[in-house]
Design a protein around this ligand. Structure first.
Ligand code: FMN
Length: 148
C-alpha cells in the first residue's frame, strides 16, 4: 500500500475534480490518498514516504494557478533535493494556447532538477480534445498506479 498526496493547482475546479476522482481510484486499490488544495513544502516534508502527484492546470499565459504557486516558489527558493521522492504529474491545459500545459511542464522540470523520481509519463489533458478530464485521468491512473 502506498501513500499518495496530490498537490492541486486549479482555477475553475477541473484539476480539483480530476484529483478527487484519481484519489478514489487509489483508495479503491487500498492506497492512501490525500488532496492538498494549497500545498506547502512543509506538507511534503511531513510525508517523506508519500508519492507526490502534481495535478495542475495552466492559467494566464502559461502561469501556475495561485493555489500551487506557494509550493512551487518554496521548491524553487529552498531547492530541497529529494532523490527519494517519487512523483507523477497530471497537466491540464488547452492546446489553443501556445503555452499548452506549461504549469505542469514547469513542475515536472523542477522536480527533475530536485532529483525526484517520476513514475511513468506526464499525463497531458487537453481541453480541446476532451470534455471529460476526469474520465481520461481515471483511465490513466489505473495503469499508472501499477508502478506504485
Ligand atoms: C483565462 C484562462 C487562461 C488559460 N491559459 C492557459 C494557458 O496558458 N495554457 C494552457 O494550456 N491552458 C490555459 N487555459 C486552459 C485551462 O488550463 C484549462 O481550461 C483547464 O482545464 C482549467 O483547469 P482548472 O479548472 O483546474 O483551472 C486557460 C484558461 C483560461 C480560462
Amino acid at each position: 500500500m502506498a501513500s499518495v498526496i496530490f498537490a492541486v493547482g486549479s482555477v475553475y475546479g477541473n484539476s480539483t475534480s480530476v484529483a478527487e476522482e484519481c484519489a478514489e481510484v487509489l483508495r479503491s486499490a487500498d492506497h492512501e490518498a490525500e488532496i492538498y488544495s494549497n500545498a506547502t513544502l512543509d506538507d511534503l516534508l511531513a510525508h517523506p514516504q508519500a508519492v507526490l502527484i502534481i495535478c495542475t492546470s495552466t492559467t494566464g499565459q502559461g502561469e501556475l494557478p495561485d493555489n500551487i504557486y506557494a509550493l512551487v516558489s518554496e521548491l524553487r527558493e529552498q531547492f530541497p533535493l529529494m532523490p527519494e521522492r517519487r512523483y507523477g504529474v497530471i497537466a491540464l491545459g488547452d492546446s489553443s494556447y501556445d503555452t499548452f500545459a506549461d504549469a505542469g511542464r514547469q513542475c515536472d522540470e523542477l522536480l527533475q532538477e530536485l532529483q525526484a523520481q517520476r513514475i511513468g509519463e506526464v499525463l497531458y489533458i487537453d481541453a480541446c480534445e476532451t470534455a471529460d478530464p476526469e474520465g481520461v485521468a481515471v483511465e490513466w491512473m489505473k495503469t499508472w498506479m501499477q508502478a506504485l
